[in-house]
Write a protein that binds this ligand. Structure first.
Ligand SMILES: Cc1ncc(COP(=O)(O)O)c(C=O)c1O
Length: 375
C-alpha cells in the first residue's frame, strides 16, 4: 500500500482506497512541516543513525525530542526506543525481576504480554478494566506475602494500556492510581493510542482524568499520532537513567534515523502548538462516525475514542465484510482470533482528524450497504 495523502492510498494494482485502518490519528504524516523536517534531516545528516545510541547512533534531535516528550507527558525525563513494541519489552524486562509480580489487564497489547514474559516475573492477569478483580488479586498477594516469607515478591507492578487497541475503551486510571498507592505498586501505562487523542493537551490518559504526574512509567509510541517511527518511556529521572544503562533493547539495537527523530519532533511541536484544533477535528469526526453507524443499526462498541469496533461475531463474516468494503474502495481491518476472543470478530475502524465529512459519509454509506448484503 502506498499512501497518497494522510487518508488515501493505492495498492500495487493501482486501485485507490479511503483508509480507515491507520493509527495516524491526527493525519500528521502528511503535514508539510513534518515532511520538510524529515527531508531536511535526511539531506543534512544522512539516512541512517549507523549504530546504537550509546555508540555512534546518537542522533542530535533525539535528546531534544526526549526533553520535549518529557514536558508533554508531565514527567521528569524520557527515553526513546526503536519501536513502541521494544519500549514495552525494554521497560518490563529491565524493571521487573523474576521475584517480582506483574498485574496485567487481560486485554493488554501483545508487546506488554511479551514484556511480562521475558521479565520472568510472576504474571497475574486481571479481568479487562475490572479494578475490583485487580484489587482482589492484589489483596491475595498481600495476604500471601504476610504468611509465606519465601514467596514474598520484591516489587509489584500494575500494567495497562491507556486506550485499548482493539476495543477503544479507556483504562480506569483513577482506580489504578488508587490501587497502586494502596498496595505500593509501580504503575506502568501504555499510552500508544491515547497520545493525540485524550486530554485537553492531547498528552494522553493521565491528562484525560486530570491525573498528570500520578503514573510512574508512561510508555508511548512515535508511530501513531506522532507520525514517525519509534517508541518512548517517560517517568522519574532515576528510572529513565536506569533504563538507559540497563535496558537491553535500548542498548543493543541500532538507533532510529535522523528523519524519524525530526519528523516526530515536528509532529509533537504541531500538536503542542495547536492541540485544541487537532483534537476538536478528531473528536467531531469520531462522534459523527459513531453516531451515524449506531443510527444505521450497526453494533458499534460504545465509547469515545477514534478506535470504533463494529462487532460481527464470526471470523469468516468479518473477512467477507472487509473484502466487500475493499471492492468499494474502503480499507479497514477485520480483526479475528487470536487477536480477539472467539465469537467477537469485528471490523476495526479508525477515524482521523484528516478525514473530510464527505469521506466519513462514504464510509457510513458503504458499510451500511455491505452490512445489509453480508449479514
Ligand atoms: C497499545 C500498543 N502498544 C504498543 C504498540 C507498539 O507500537 P509500535 O507499533 O510503535 O511498535 C502498539 C502498536 O500497535 C499498541 O497498540
Amino acid at each position: 500500500m502506498h499512501y497518497l495523502d494522510a487518508v488515501t492510498a493505492r495498492d500495487q494494482s493501482g486501485k485507490k482506497y479511503l483508509v480507515f485502518a491507520s493509527n495516524n490519528y491526527l493525519g500528521l504524516t502528511f503535514a508539510s512541516e513534518v515532511r520538510q523536517a524529515a527531508a531536511a534531516a535526511a539531506l543534512q545528516q544522512g539516512t541512517g543513525s549507523t549504530g546504537s545510541r550509546l555508540t555512534t547512533g546518537g542522533v542530535g534531535a533525539a535528546t531534544i525530542l526526549e526533553k520535549e516528550l518529557a514536558q508533554f507527558k508531565h514527567a521528569e525525563a524520557a527515553l526513546i526506543f526503536n519501536t513502541g513494541y521494544m519500549t514495552n519489552l525494554g521497560v518490563l524486562f529491565a524493571l521487573a525481576k523474576p521475584t517480582d509480580v506483574i498485574f496485567s489487564d487481560e486485554l493488554n497489547h501483545a508487546s506488554i504480554i511479551d514484556g511480562c514474559r521475558i521479565s520472568k516475573a510472576r504474571i497475574v492477569i486481571y479481568k479487562h478494566g475490572d479494578s475490583r478483580d485487580l484489587e482482589q488479586k492484589l489483596q491475595q498477594w498481600e495476604q500471601a506475602a504476610q504468611t509465606k516469607h519465601n514467596a514474598v515478591p520484591v516489587c509489584r507492578f500494575i500494567v495497562s494500556d491507556g486506550v485499548f487497541s482493539m476495543d477503544g475503551d479507556i483504562a480506569p486510571l483513577p482506580e489504578l492510581v488508587r490501587l497502586k498507592q494502596q498496595y505500593q505498586a509501580t504503575l506502568v501505562l501504555d499510552d500508544a493510542h491515547a497520545v493525540g487523542v485524550l486530554g485537553n493537551d492531547g498528552s494522553g490518559t493521565a491528562a484525560h482524568y486530570h491525573l498528570e504526574g500520578q503514573v510512574d512509567v508512561q510508555v508511548g509510541t512515535l508511530s501513531k499520532s506522532l507520525a514517525a517511527e519509534g517508541g518512548y518511556v517517560a517517568g522519574k529521572k532515576i528510572i529513565i537513567d536506569y533504563l538507559r544503562n540497563k535496558s537491553r533493547p535500548f542498548i543493543f539495537s541500532t538507533f532510529l534515523s535522523p528523519a524519524d527523530m525530526a519528523a516526530a519532533l515536528a509532529a509533537l511541536r504541531l500538536l503542542r502548538k495547536d492541540a485544541p484544533a487537532y483534537l476538536q477535528r478528531l473528536r467531531e469526526n469520531t462522534e459523527y462516525v459513531r453516531r451515524a453507524l449506531t443510527a444505521a443499526g450497526l453494533p458499534v462498541v460504545p465509547g469515545t475514542t477514534p478506535i470504533v469496533p463494529v462487532i460481527v461475531g464470526a471470523a469468516d463474516l468479518a473477512v467477507k465484510l472487509e473484502q466487500r468494503l475493499r471492492q468499494e474502495g474502503i480499507l479497514l481491518s477485520a480483526i479475528r482470533p487470536p487477536t480477539v476472543a472467539p465469537g467477537s470478530s469485528r471490523l476495526r475502524i479508525t477515524v482521523t482528524a484528516a478525514h473530510t465529512q464527505t469521506q466519513l459519509q462514504q464510509l457510513v454509506a458503504a458499510l451500511g450497504r455491505a452490512w445489509l448484503e453480508c449479514m
